[in-house]
Design a protein around this ligand. Structure first.
Ligand SMILES: *Cc1c(COP(=O)(O)O)cnc(C)c1O
Length: 461
């Protein structure tokens, strides 16, 4: 093993097609469940989605093709920062005294500082092709809004962003970043939509949630008579698909490093960055090439969807405007504590990722904020990157794995996704450094209450 700590691809090695895991999931005997119309409980037909999304993205949403070509117009923008680097965290390994080799794929090199532009650029491109003039969306921590604002500016589309109020107040620089790219940013819940008004009437002090902000943005698009489209930054198949450039690059880079991961780790809000990294590797597990490769999804204890939720049909938003999605959920009415990892405060998760957890191909772990920031500082002190609070959950997972390897005296190979940098998250670090983060972040009663609101829809099988 050499002393190399960075494994780069040339621009010519940028992937030219996205990878779709659905055929491999089907091939492994797992039956994917369709989203359902909440009224009829029949599988949703593509035309129901066409009020919100352009045809090309709907086709990707339901595609059974394994590879989908990346358009030249998208590749041209990807080349601004892709391929992104794969690092070996040698200094972290040393500090931990672990025999494990720790690699991380770093998406913080994108202009918006996270993996989100990988799909924002693709979605803006396809909307432009379809003649879209204006897009409404939500943002949790502000990462998605930043990415979509930039992508919309590149393709000449207006962008309206409903930003979860807790983040709007904690992260003014994210708002200003979006405004710099010409977006209109509204704190959610807002009085500009019926969905927002309903929440404010019941809870005037609501700090918002992704579920509420989604309702507001969907309402704007659905009631616009086709003038406004909606765009989602996670959860849906086409979003996960666009993120697979991460894992395709990482696979080639791990080959350069001469290692195969024993475990692939990522943080999960809706599942897009982790699926993007993991799915090209997961295909090999599902096909029996690497049946013992492990996968670990990490999440906040304040919003423990995969570890404490139930696999059910539920709404993707609080206002019950979306189709019913088969996924792990804490209930669409669940409003998590306003933890700093705003991008992970989502009551549900991607259906495909949920399915992999349900069938035992993926494990999950939940961590409290103080443990997560402790890991983030360990990482920053050795590798020099201050991670986004979301990404720090993956760091925590990787450090725990490396310590377990030390205790077992095993040379494990750990690969984790560092989905973004935390340079806009200094308030979060300030709160941690000054001991202002509460340890209790989750109440059983709240989940029981929100789970009671999940519709009773039988799961097949
Ligand atoms: C949005 C975000 C996440 C969570 O979203 P996923 O769809 O689960 O990836 C994680 N990390 C960062 C840096 C984010 O901005």
């Amino acid at each position: 093993m050499s002393d190399r700590t960075r494994f780069d691809l040339t621009q010519e090695q940028l992937p030219t097609a996205w990878f779709n895991l659905m055929p491999a999931i089907a091939g492994s005997g797992i039956q994917a469940l369709p989203p359902l119309h909440p009224g009829t409980l029949e599988p949703v037909t593509p035309d129901l989605l066409s009020a919100l999304f352009p045809e090309s993205l709907i086709m990707q949403e339901v595609s059974t093709d394994e590879w989908i070509d990346i358009p030249g117009g998208v590749l041209d923008v990807y080349r601004l920062w892709r391929p992104s680097p794969l690092h070996r965290a040698a200094r972290l390994e040393q500090a931990l005294g672990t025999p494990a080799r720790i690699y991380f794929k770093y998406e913080g090199v994108s202009p918006a500082g996270s993996h989100k532009p990988n799909t924002a650029v693709a979605q803006a491109y396809y909307n432009k092709e379809a003649g879209t003039k204006r897009i409404a969306t939500e943002t949790g921590a502000g990462q998605w809004g930043s990415a979509l604002s930039m992508a919309c500016k590149f393709f000449g589309i207006d962008c309206q962003v409903f930003m979860v109020k807790a983040s709007y107040e904690q992260k003014p620089y994210r708002r200003i970043f979006m405004e710099t790219f010409g977006a209109e940013v509204i704190p959610s819940p807002s009085a500009t939509t019926q969905a927002g008004k309903a929440v404010l009437e019941a809870h005037p002090d609501s700090t918002g949630s992704l579920g509420i902000a989604i309702s507001e943005a969907v309402e704007v698009a659905a009631t616009s008579g086709g003038a406004v489209r909606y765009s989602l930054g996670s959860v849906l198949n086409h979003v996960l698909l666009h993120q697979t450039v991460i894992g395709l690059e990482a696979k080639a880079q791990m080959e350069l490093a001469g290692d195969v991961p024993d475990v692939v780790i990522g943080c999960v809000g809706g599942g897009s960055n982790y699926a993007g990294l993991a799915y090209p590797f997961m295909a090999d597990r599902l096909r029996g090439v690497t049946p013992n490769m492990r996968f670990l999804a990490t999440e906040p204890a304040a919003c423990p969807t995969l570890t404490r939720g139930e696999f059910r049909y539920d709404f993707a938003d609080t206002g019950k405007m979306t189709p019913l999605m088969p996924m792990y959920t804490l209930g669409h009415g669940f409003v998590p504590a306003p933890v700093h990892a705003g991008g992970l405060r989502y009551h549900g998760d991607s259906p495909s990722l949920s399915l992999l957890v349900k069938h035992g191909h993926m494990q999950a772990a939940a961590y409290t904020q103080n443990a997560v920031f402790e890991a983030a500082l360990r990482f920053a002190h050795t590798e020099g990157i201050v991670p986004a609070p979301e990404s720090a959950h993956a760091v925590k997972g990787a450090i725990d794995e490396a310590i377990a390897a030390r205790e077992a005296g095993e040379e494990r190979v750990i690969l984790f996704g560092l989905s973004g940098h935390g340079n806009f998250d200094m308030q979060a670090y300030d709160d941690y450094l000054n001991g202002r983060l509460p340890e209790v972040e989750f109440r059983e009663e709240d989940v029981a209450e929100s789970m009671a609101g999940v519709p009773e829809v039988p799961l097949p099988g």
